[in-house]
Design a protein around this ligand. Structure first.
Ligand code: CMC
Length: 427
């Protein structure tokens, strides 16, 4: 017998049987629960979607209580240890790990789409030198959509694939150009002999040398950070990509919307906020006073807490290990001691323990980025590059899902009832 939920409406005394599938009841089934024929029927009220599944997805699994993250079933720890970002992007997008020949041709395809139309740079030149890099990324994605009018054919799988490749290939180029613009340095073009992360470093850091040689430890660290940030199921930015994409908007504009969501300090902007917070704390001796301020709710401990993880974020654990490898090359980040002590004190304090507040992905990533030499405003861009793979996988899955339609939530109207318009001189 199928699982059901029996509900009694105490307003009418009527009883209803609702089907339970995959641990959910369908919100639309509640519509049958009415006090009379005129009644619209029951809705669910769920601000911030705290308990609403908006889709079926086979991409990423998070078990927040156990601190588990898997892409297409593969544990994040194994992917971070053994895979590469481009292989992970393939896995997220197409559902399986590629064979050797599939991987070679995928890498080759992405590598040969890294160049960006020269006219895009004209848009870049319009920005003030100190414009925030994320604002530029959002605009550049919108700009790219104007170069690829056919990307609007979102129902055509061939067109979708073509633009998925273009976006993954061009994200590092756009990001690197945003960085060079910020520093007033000449733009560097892609070097197709280098890896995805290595070429990104080339476009960021190359100066007068004829050929840029990335440091292998930093190159691998960036690639691992890209793997860790590639997807995180139905978060704020993935939901933005899905919602905007559900209107059949092209993928560039759908990803511009997702990037805008990521820009916020409660989401991808948190790594930037962590660095600012650590700098403001300034020394280990100031931590107790800072923690007291957090407990008095004067501020939040950035890089701590998560809507889904109620345990240590598995990505934070990997990044903490990675930080030590990077510091072997760059020298230790002086803020590391403050971060380690802050974590120790918070994990021992009942305020944080009782609320299950643990370090999230952003707590240590900023320290690595800063040691590599990135300014804090650039941190969310380093998150957006790999997350483009996740956004595209979510966008593609949404379009291929026959149950999906244009996203259109309901509301509880709390405004005035009908009232007559009053001319301005009578108000
Ligand atoms: N510092 C202090 N208190 C906190 C924090 C924090 N970082 N996070 C949550 N709380 C408290 C909050 O005050 C509340 O306490 P009470 O129940 O007594 O009012 C309780 O914990 C639950 O908080 P919430 O705001 O209901 O939790 P949420 O699920 O809505 O928020 C969050 C999740 C990530 C927005 C929040 O934890 C936060 O603001 N963290 C700091 C920002 C951050 O690091 N964001 C990165 C998230 S991971 C990467 C990403 O998603 O992009």
């Amino acid at each position: 017998m199928a699982d059901t939920l029996t509900v009694t409406d105490n307003r009418t005394g009527k009883t209803y049987e609702l089907a339970i599938n995959d641990g959910t009841v369908k919100a639309i089934d509640l519509r049958d629960i009415k006090v009379d024929e005129e009644d619209f029927g029951l809705m669910v009220y769920d601000p911030a979607f705290k308990n609403t599944a908006a889709c079926r997805s086979s991409i990423t699994l998070i078990d927040g209580d156990k601190g588990i993250l898997r892409y297409r079933g593969y544990p994040i720890e194994q992917l971070a240890e053994q895979s590469t970002f481009l292989e992970v992007a393939y896995l997220l997008l197409w559902g399986e790990l590629p064979s050797k020949s599939e991987l070679d041709s995928w890498v080759n395809e992405v590598t040969h789409h890294t160049y960006v139309h020269q006219y895009v740079l004209r848009g870049m030149e319009g920005f003030k030198w100190d414009a925030h890099a994320m604002g530029k990324v959002v605009s550049m994605l919108g700009t790219l959509s104007t170069f690829y009018g056919d990307s609007k054919k979102v129902r055509d799988p061939k067109v979708r694939r073509e633009h998925i490749v273009k976006i993954i290939a061009k994200m590092p180029t756009i990001a690197a150009w945003c960085y060079r613009h910020m520093l007033g340095r000449p733009y560097i073009y892609p070097d197709n002999e280098l890896s995805y992360a290595g070429n990104f470093m080339n476009m960021l850091f190359r100066m007068a040398e004829p050929r840029y040689k990335p440091d292998p430890i930093i190159e691998r660290a960036l690639d691992v950070l890209f793997i860790l940030h590639a997807d995180h199921e139905q978060n704020c930015s993935a939901s933005a990509a899905r919602a905007v994409g559900s209107a059949e908007t092209d993928p560039y504009c759908s990803l511009a919307a997702a990037s805008a969501a990521l820009y916020g300090p409660l989401h991808g902007g948190a790594n930037e906020a962590v660095l600012r917070m650590l700098r403001e704390i300034g020394s280990v001796s100031e931590i107790p006073a800072f923690i007291e301020g957090v407990k008095k709710r004067e501020r939040r401990l950035m890089g701590f807490g998560h809507r889904v993880y109620k345990n240590y974020d598995p990505r934070a654990r990997i990044i903490k290990g990675l930080a030590h490898q990077v510091f072997e090359v760059t020298g230790k980040n002086p803020l590391l001691d403050i971060a380690l002590e802050l974590e120790k004190i918070a994990l021992d304090d009942d305020f944080f323990v009782s609320r299950k507040l643990y370090p999230n992905v952003d707590f240590y990533s900023g320290l690595i980025y800063q040691s590599i030499g990135f300014p804090v405003e650039f941190f969310p861009v380093l998150f957006a590059i790999p997350r483009a793979a996740g956004w595209l996988a979510q966008w593609k899955e949404m379009l291929e899902d026959p149950e999906q339609k244009i996203a259109r939530p309901r509301q509880i109207y709390t405004g005035y009832d009908e009232r007559p318009y009053v001319p301005v001189d009578e108000r």
